[in-house]
Design a protein. Structure first.
Length: 98
């Protein structure tokens, strides 16, 4: 599985990069046929909830997109990865039943 991390409008800390890598590696436990993951981190200045993380996950025959926004990148990452884990479990169950 390959992944790409793209920060938009800010310079990410090493801690944030490591957290993202750790969360991405954990996703393979939930679905082992992930082809690639695109991670976009955006900082917007016009809102209180200005830290946004988006995961675009390519799996065979489908593309899963999850986007979360909060006041910190760490919480956005936690929220989006929790949602992605749940989505991958559903996708895995769906492909097994077919």
């Amino acid at each position: 599985m390959k992944y790409n991390f793209q920060p938009i409008n800010f310079n990410p800390s090493l801690n944030l990069k490591n957290l993202i890598k750790k969360r991405i590696n954990k996703l393979e436990l939930f679905y082992d046929k992930i082809l690639s993951i695109e991670v976009y981190a955006k900082e917007k200045s016009y809102s209180n909830l200005n830290k946004e993380i988006e995961f675009i996950i390519s799996v065979p025959g489908d593309q899963l997109v999850v986007k979360k926004r909060s006041n910190s990148f760490e919480f956005s990452l936690y929220s989006v990865s929790t949602s992605v884990e749940r989505l991958l479990k559903k996708h895995n169950d769906k492909t097994r039943s077919n």
